[in-house]
Design a protein around this ligand. Structure first.
Ligand code: GDP
Ligand code: MG
Length: 340
């Protein structure tokens, strides 16, 4: 039991003081008026069980703790709300460069090109010219091995190029096919070589090394291969380049292929001396902006373009102007098949 005296100017004030400290359970033992220097005041003697006092003081501690954590939560929520507000403002009121980036992505520009484009110069024509110049021109090596997926146009492109060299430079060209799997197909290819008056041989990888002395008679040796990773393994290419390190590669890629796939394929062959990209099926491209991947610094420059099935006509040297026209096709919305 705890006993204490409480004072107040009025009896009510003294009672309130009792309540404040001892609560409703206080027992009033006595009340009297006391004369002091400041005048008459009321004094109440009250008592309460010790346990009650403890509970009340614990309650006070608990209440202040709750109050504290409330204020923490309030502070936390305030910060969160202000962050969300900021983010919303950013989304609703896009930064100019974010908006440009999204526009480019929407049009089909590969993200890695879109980022460079915004960083460097927003003018696409200028960007293309600069990127082509940085890639430089390609030497046309005497020994060119055409590699790529099946159906990308390797065989067709090799004959187009053979005829192109023959008529443009009056060059002597030998086409060699390492694709000796397709018996019926080879008959057709042989017939094609005869019609185009191009020297043609069908060999396997071992035989290729054996006929090396014949190469001296020719200006260009163009080597056709079966589909990469199916009939022609990466390890076959390793053997080939070890035996004949002077060989150079032309990577035949369909222009309609998705850039993510193309770059994945590139990772597998980048260790070889790939001189250029022979870009086929450009006649099937309706939006050329996804094709901007050809400007990426990781991949070799485009050397030739195949823009149709007609053999030997549908071939173009990949001059700066030709590539520019091709890449801007999507933006200018022109059907440039006749021009290309
Ligand atoms: N539309 C179009 N068809 C092509 C092009 N290049 C090749 N082709 C066709 O694609 C098919 C496969 O070509 P082919 O040279 O046999 O491919 P390979 O398997 O890589 O040797 C053939 O029907 C070709 O006529 C091109 O640039 N445009
Ligand atoms: Mg073929």
């Amino acid at each position: 039991m705890r006993i204490k005296k409480f004072r107040g100017k009025t009896i009510l004030e003294a009672l309130n003081n009792v309540k404040k400290e001892f609560g409703e359970d206080a027992v009033i033992l006595a009340s009297e008026q006391v004369k002091t220097e400041e005048g008459t005041i009321f004094e109440i003697t009250a008592a309460i069980e010790e346990e009650e006092v403890k509970i009340r003081s614990n309650l006070k501690v608990f209440e202040s703790k709750v109050e504290e954590s409330y204020s923490d939560i309030r502070e936390y929520l305030k910060n969160e709300v202000s962050e969300i507000k900021k983010m919303l403002a950013q989304i609703l009121n896009l930064q100019p460069e974010n908006k440009e980036y999204l526009d480019l992505i929407e049009k089909g520009v590969p993200p890695f090109i879109a980022r460079e484009l915004i960083k460097a110069n927003p003018d696409l024509t200028e960007f293309i010219s600069k990127a082509i110049k940085e890639k430089g021109s390609v030497p046309h090596s005497k020994y060119q091995v055409f590699i790529g997926d099946s159906g990308t146009g390797k065989t067709t492109s090799i004959f187009k190029l053979a005829v192109w060299y023959k008529y443009k430079y009056n060059a002597k060209v030998l086409v060699i096919s390492l694709d000796n799997y397709k018996v019926g197909n080879n008959f057709q290819t042989k017939r094609l070589a005869e019609l185009l008056e191009v020297d043609f041989e069908i060999l396997d990888l071992e035989e290729l090394k054996e006929i090396e002395p014949v190469f001296a008679k020719y200006n260009y040796i163009l080597i056709d291969t079966p589909s990469l990773e199916k009939r022609l393994l990466i390890s076959d290419l390793e053997d080939l380049i070890l035996k004949m390190p002077f060989l150079r590669f032309q990577w035949v890629v369909r222009a309609t292929e998705h850039y993510e796939y193309v770059l994945k394929q590139w990772e597998k062959i980048e260790k070889f001396p790939v001189e250029g990209i022979f870009l086929t099926f450009v006649d099937k491209v309706y939006n050329s902006l996804p094709l901007l991947w050809i400007l990426d610094s990781r991949v070799p420059p485009v050397t030739f373009i195949s823009n149709g099935e007609r053999l030997p006509e549908d071939i173009l040297k990949a001059e700066e102007e030709t590539i520019k026209k091709l890449l801007l096709k999507g933006i200018l919305n022109l059907n440039q098949k006749e021009d290309l």
